[in-house]
Design a protein around this ligand. Structure first.
Ligand code: DGL
Length: 283
């Protein structure tokens, strides 16, 4: 671990694939002066249906790589599944390094629901984790949380398989709606996987008007700003030399097919100039 971190260093961000781009987009809006290195671990995904030890090992490997090769001054785990499996371990492994994780937005959902019934769509692994159980245990007992493991959905989003995305969204929403809760209806849906935040247009149609979808990209971005400030590692406003584009400071890599990441980058960070994603081999 580097003993000294510089404010000019990049922030490392990773996910099992393209899902973390929903968080990266929020980070770039919140912290336009910062540099980012993003890794999509698509060659070893999906995380959500693998055992915890696999996700922990991958997270350690990605964090080690980001810190030693890119001298990242902070890490953002843009993946609920990786956060549940590895954030505690990484904080022990890198004491003093600002590390921000993401977790399903149960608390905001509990504050916002009027019907008192909240659906949570997440990966199987996130919902089965101790971290999630603890989070659930701290919520108001007046709110009922209905949990749905959405097997296959992150993989379908990763592959841009629109047919599979549509039918899985329908299937899981139907399963959640069929959960009888004393006649009360779901008015809030927590998107507990960063991939799902990429398909809010589809999910909004499936859930219909009057149902609020909640993801956590924005709160994670704000939290990142806060921890950087506290650590004295916030980058001063970027001074651009003549002709230099802003946002020239994003490096993206994929351990799977960089083409899929590039498509997603074009969709998600279209307004921002950046280099194409490259292949990364981290076996
Ligand atoms: N994007 C990840 C999350 O937020 C999981 C996707 C996967 O299963 O790989 O949980």
């Amino acid at each position: 671990m580097p003993s000294k971190r510089a404010a000019s260093g990049p922030i490392g961000v990773f996910d099992s694939g393209i899902g973390g781009l929903s968080v990266l987009a929020a980070l770039r809006r919140e912290l336009p002066q910062e540099k980012f290195v993003y890794i999509g671990d698509a060659g070893h995904a999906p995380y959500g249906e693998r055992d915890t030890s696999h996700v922990l090992k991958r997270s350690q490997l990605l964090a080690d790589y980001l810190i030693t090769r890119h001298q990242t001054k902070a890490l953002v785990l843009a993946c609920n599944t990786a956060t549940a499996a590895a954030v505690a371990d990484l904080r022990e492994r890198y004491p003093g390094l600002p590390i921000v994780g993401i977790e399903p937005a149960l608390k905001p959902a509990a504050a916002l629901t009027a019907s008192g019934v909240v659906a949570v769509m997440a990966t199987r692994s996130t919902l089965a984790s101790d971290k999630f159980e603890t989070l659930l245990g701290t919520q108001k007992t007046s709110v009922r949380f209905l949990l749905q493991a959405c097997d296959g959905l992150a993989a379908a989003i990763e592959q841009a398989d629109h047919q599979a995305i549509a039918s899985l969204c329908q299937r899981y929403a139907q399963a959640l709606r069929h959960n009888p809760v004393d006649g009360a209806h779901i008015d809030t849906v927590v998107l507990g996987c960063t991939h799902y935040a990429l398909i809010t247009d589809i999910l909004s149609k499936v859930w219909g008007p009057g149902v609020r979808l909640l993801e956590a990209g924005q709160p994670v971005a704000r939290r990142t700003r806060q921890v950087l400030e506290e650590a004295g590692l916030l980058q001063a406003a970027q001074t651009l030399s003549q002709g230099e584009a802003p946002y020239s400071t994003l490096v993206c890599m994929s351990t799977g097919d960089p083409g899929l990441l590039n498509h997603a980058l074009a969709d998600w960070l279209a307004q921002e100039t950046q280099r194409p994603a490259s292949a990364l081999s981290l076996p």
